[in-house]
Design a protein around this ligand. Structure first.
Ligand SMILES: Nc1ncnc2c1ncn2[C@@H]1O[C@H](COP(=O)(O)OP(=O)(O)OP(=O)(O)O)[C@@H](O)[C@H]1O
Length: 595
């Protein structure tokens, strides 16, 4: 499957979502649909009972009067009964389908093989609209059913009008402008929203920055509170002004379309009353059915507009996300090796972040031998984290390839490769769960495996953190939760490290400055332990260590020096010192600072 930036077509996307609903709730879906159709019929027949009644009264036909009265009674009762029943079934269906869709979207977003979709501006805007739409997607099944119900009413009404004279069917043609304007409006409005979504995202971001606890300290120290509020207001205006303008323009066209239908309706009534010399019953029928026709068309086009505006749009975004997520696995036809023999090789690897022309890695050629400890050094922004993230398959190289024992990594499933990766990153996340789960989710299958969690805690040197928690591993983390404990940044970092150590047989151990908050000696001691474990492993485990501390770096088997996205030096500490290049200079500067 190839990866496309375009949204998929609307109707196939809608069909896929219908199938998704049917897979999860087949009975409720069919039942809700049939009930909506049944509820539509009695209401549409009221105009017919009115005509029979009028003609019966004028001709003194008691039987016709009784039929009309009974028909009306049944119609009114059945309309109420079927609508009530259909509403209850629909609510049940919607509740269940909402939970299913929310879970589906969350799972898709969380499991896309790379994290590029969290950073590409165009994808972010697309996903931010989908995140809001997913909570209303359940209405959309209802909207689809209702559209079918309104179309059925419309069909019955047109048949009744044609029973007076076939030419009256033309009334529908005059309603077409309203259909066109209704289906055109939401698309235009949504496009304007998407074009301006970045302003809304920025407004949301500024609002969160001004109101949430995490940035609270910086906001006060810098005094940017009032600026944040003013900037938020400005961004909101920038988002809203073009949307309001688009709404006014489309409303003007819509009103004009309704004026066309209104004129045709008046003409049709006059035609039946004078031109066709219809009976009183016929005039009542055109009055009642014609008026209903306009409300049915109004409801149908309104529903179609709703369908187009949110449902079709939402389903296209959801299907795009499904295809995007699936496109990664479709390319993955090779298994991840069970052990590394040669190691990892980067061949001419270049990478630029989405939306940036600047290369974060430029034509990197590198061999990472199996069973070795490799340190990556370089100044801030040199590309160290980017290198690690590419090897962890969080991004795909823009050019070149990465080979695992000679096999291309891009043809291996991301999930299977990540199952064999352990470690931690500098920008870790604080999972505010029980301490046991915050650590245990490093290996989901062993989330509640007490000995495994305890072993990971020891491996990461985080036992002192857990010992200080009131209920040990059963302590809730995060002070905003009942009984939750707040811990320091360094303690969070140690727990993140423990989470990274949950997998005890990794092929790749990544340590991207996960110990920056710890003191140099603790970091050194920890790394010595990991390095010893890596050298003892029998599966060719590679340990990649990113650190600014040369006291730690020097013990690595191979040191890789990056500078401005390029690989400039590789070798052992002694080799690089003998070379007298960039590494030697950086090492001397740091050693002098510690003297
Ligand atoms: N998510 C991102 N989107 C766009 N550009 C990015 C992103 N992450 C990093 N960059 C850019 O890529 C370049 C390399 O960044 P990277 O994080 O790999 O550097 P680093 O060597 O790990 O730096 P540090 O020592 O500060 O962690 C930098 O110029 C940075 O601005």
């Amino acid at each position: 499957m190839t990866r496309s930036d375009d949204l998929p077509k609307a109707v196939p996307a809608m069909w896929r979502l219908c199938r998704l609903g049917y897979q999860h709730e087949p009975r409720l879906l069919v039942f809700a649909f049939v009930m909506t159709l049944l509820a539509a019929i009695p209401d549409a027949l009221l105009a017919l009972w009115l005509k029979i009644l009028a003609d019966g009264v004028l001709s003194g036909d008691r039987r016709a009067i009784l039929i009309a009265a009974a028909g009306m009674a049944v119609s009114v009762t059945a309309t109420w009964f079927l609508r009530t029943l259909s509403a209850r079934i629909s609510r049940r269906f919607r509740d269940r389908v909402t939970i299913m869709l929310e879970a589906h979207v969350a799972r898709l977003q969380a499991t896309v093989a790379t994290i590029a979709h969290h950073e590409r501006r165009d994808y972010l805007d697309r996903l931010s609209v989908l995140r809001k739409q997913v909570f209303v997607l359940d209405h959309m099944y209802m909207s689809l059913f209702s559209t079918c119900g309104w179309l059925l009413r419309l069909g019955v009404t047109v048949a009744l009008l044609m029973s007076i004279h076939p030419v009256l069917a033309l009334l529908v043609v005059f309603a077409l402008p309203t259909v066109i304007s209704s289906s055109w409006r939401p698309g235009v409005e949504r496009e304007t929203e998407e074009q301006n979504a970045a302003h809304q995202r920025l407004a949301d971001h500024l609002f969160r920055t001004a109101t949430t606890p995490a940035p609270g300290k910086d906001v006060r120290v810098t005094g940017i509170g009032p600026d944040l509020v003013a900037s938020r207001r400005r961004e909101w205006e920038r988002w809203y002004a073009p949307i309001a303008a688009a709404r006014w323009t489309s409303a003007g066209w819509h009103a004009a379309a309704w004026a066309v239908f209104g004129a045709a309706y008046v003409g049709a009534v006059l035609l039946v009353a004078s031109g066709l010399h219809g009976s009183v019953g016929d005039v009542l029928l055109i009055l009642a059915a014609g008026a209903r026709l306009s409300s049915y068309i109004g409801a149908t086009v309104g529903e179609i507009g709703f369908l187009r505006g949110i449902w079709l749009d939402g389903s296209r975004r959801l299907v795009w996300l499904e295809d995007y997520a699936a496109s990664f696995d479709a390319e993955a036809d090779l298994p991840v090796p069970s052990r590394l023999v040669d190691g990892i090789r980067l061949q001419g690897v270049s990478f630029a972040y989405a939306g940036s022309d600047k290369l974060a890695l430029d034509n990197v050629e590198l061999d990472l031998p199996a069973g070795r400890v490799i340190a990556v050094v370089g100044e801030n922004g040199a590309g160290k984290s980017t290198l690690v993230k590419l090897i962890a398959k969080l991004y795909e190289p823009t050019a070149g390839r990465i080979l695992l024992d000679g096999q291309p990594l891009n043809r291996m499933p991301a999930e299977a490769w990540r199952d064999r990766i352990a470690g931690a990153f500098q920008d870790f996340f604080r999972f505010e769960f029980l301490a046991r789960h915050s650590v245990g989710l490093g290996d989901l299958a062993r989330l509640d495996d007490e000995p495994a969690v305890a072993a990971a805690v020891v491996r990461a040197g985080a036992d002192d953190v857990v010992d200080r928690l009131e209920d040990g591993l059963d302590t809730q983390l995060g002070s905003t939760w009942p009984g939750g404990a707040e811990i320091s940044f360094g303690q969070w970092q140690k727990l993140a490290l423990a989470r990274g150590f949950m997998r005890d047989q990794p092929l790749l151990l990544v340590l991207d400055e996960p110990t920056a908050a710890l003191d140099a000696e603790t970091e050194h001691a920890l790394f010595e332990r990991y390095a010893a474990a890596a050298r003892d492993s029998t599966d060719g485990r590679i340990t990649i260590l990113v650190s600014h501390r040369f006291s730690t770096v020097r013990m690595a088997d191979l040191i890789v020096v990056l500078d401005g996205a390029r690989l400039v030096e590789t070798g052992t500490h002694d080799e690089l010192m003998a070379l007298g290049g960039q590494y030697a200079e950086l090492y001397r500067i740091q050693a002098a600072a510690y003297r």
